[in-house]
Design a binder for this molecule. Structure first.
Ligand SMILES: NC(=O)c1ccc[n+]([C@@H]2O[C@H](COP(=O)([O-])OP(=O)(O)OC[C@H]3O[C@@H](n4cnc5c(N)ncnc54)[C@H](O)[C@@H]3O)[C@@H](O)[C@H]2O)c1
Ligand SMILES: N[C@H](C(=O)O)[C@H](O)COP(=O)(O)O
Length: 338
């Protein structure tokens, strides 16, 4: 199989922990078995962040992504002139504009096939929204950039202990019941099943689906969404041959003795899915977007402005995101090569 194009890593907000963790990922590239990657812009930010963290990271300016693999052993390839001042913990407009430019270039490289995946550094959504970022998050940005309907771009959090999918994501909890529909559940679970088969080597994934209400509604005494929406959707999915169970009471589903019974837990809302994964696997958790024509991952954490530049942030999730992007890209390339 010919060598894959490099991964494209976007900086995230330069005032956050992204830049220093990307620098550490390059330092640990061999022991962590990372494919070659480039960083989109932010040369002075990466340089200052690495120095602040006590890392020796030679930076190599490249003019084209194809130069990255040859350079990767000697230094961290940087593509693009977009840059800003390194001000850890102090998000500002220039940093927001750099984060957007870095994400835009990295997404374009992956969509064009010049990069074999995009790994997005963490951004602060509300901060970027004040500076022209119009999408709810990076998931929707990459969906839009790749021409994927947003309802087919499905967020999954994956760690060593667990995979979870929130069916509704960055919306107020009060909106969740009205957003849940048979169509939404069927459409997104089908994306999950197809993606686990294609990108994660699970041809017949076991999919556990939670209820929305306590005790999965307790036979209708604590809510009717399970009876009227979730169970009918699961009937349709099972009738099409998918190994789907539920609606499960969410409170017991993530216990160690339950986790071996399924490959992914599909949940009704953001925190129902993200609390268990960040509790069990925070330092290795990866946010991966299913249903895209490109591979996209991100660490499971955010900008952590309070600890940026202190040297205390763990690079584990960033490294896991870069590794998972490479593994998914290699699997897709093998399938394409037949
Ligand atoms: N992948 C992403 O782009 C992503 C993920 C989550 C949150 N966010 C955004 O980040 C901003 C801050 O969100 P938040 O405070 O809820 O979440 P956060 O993940 O930034 O921080 C939560 C807690 O975890 C700690 N933490 C985060 N990363 C860490 C690391 N690598 N090592 C050690 N400790 C770490 C932080 O110090 C904080 O105490 C928000 O604007 C949110 O939208 C982005
Ligand atoms: N909910 C995500 C998490 O906690 O990892 C985070 O907000 C990132 O979402 P986007 O990748 O859509 O920006």
């Amino acid at each position: 199989m010919t060598a894959l194009p490099p991964l494209a890593v976007s900086l995230g907000d330069p005032a956050g922990v992204g830049p220093e963790l990307i620098a550490e990922a390059w330092v640990r590239r061999d022991v962590e078995r990372l494919l070659p990657f480039i960083v989109s812009g932010g040369r002075s930010v990466i340089e200052a962040a690495a120095r602040r963290r006590g890392l020796s990271v030679p930076l190599i300016a490249i003019a084209d992504a194809s130069e990255a693999t040859a350079a990767f052993a000697q230094g961290l390839p940087i593509l693009g002139e977009h840059d800003a001042e390194y001000r850890p913990g102090m998000p500002d407009e220039q940093g927001a504009l750099l984060a957007i430019a870095s994400l835009t270039q990295a997404a374009a490289l992956s969509v064009a096939g010049e990069a074999s995946a995009i790994v997005t550094g963490p951004i602060a959504k509300s901060h970027l929204a004040r500076h022209g970022f119009t999408q709810p998050g990076q998931t929707e940005f990459v969906a839009d950039a790749s021409g994927t309907p947003r309802e087919d771009a499905v967020m999954m959090l994956a760690g060593p202990s667990l995979r979870t999918v929130p069916l509704t994501v960055h919306t107020a909890l009060a909106q969740v019941p009205s957003l849940l529909s048979v169509d939404l559940i069927v459409r997104r679970v089908r994306v999950v099943a197809a993606s686990l088969a294609r990108d994660f080597g699970l041809p017949e994934p076991r999919i556990a689906v939670t209820g929305l209400n306590p005790h999965a509604g307790e036979d209708g005494r604590m809510g009717l969404e399970e009876r009227d929406v979730i169970a009918p959707a699961l009937d349709i999915l099972r009738a099409s041959g998918l190994a789907v169970t539920g609606p499960h009471p969410a409170d017991a589903l993530f216990a160690a003795h339950e986790r071996g019974r399924y490959d992914v837990a599909v949940c009704m809302y953001h925190d129902q899915a993200l609390i268990p994964i960040k509790t069990l696997d925070f330092d290795q958790g990866v946010n991966v977007t299913l249903g895209l024509p490109v591979v996209r991952t991100s660490p499971d954490h955010g900008t952590a402005f309070a600890i940026a530049g202190t040297g205390t942030a763990s690079a584990g999730a960033t490294i896991a995101a870069i590794r998972m992007a490479g593994e998914c890209a290699e699997r897709r390339a093998r399938v394409l090569a037949g």
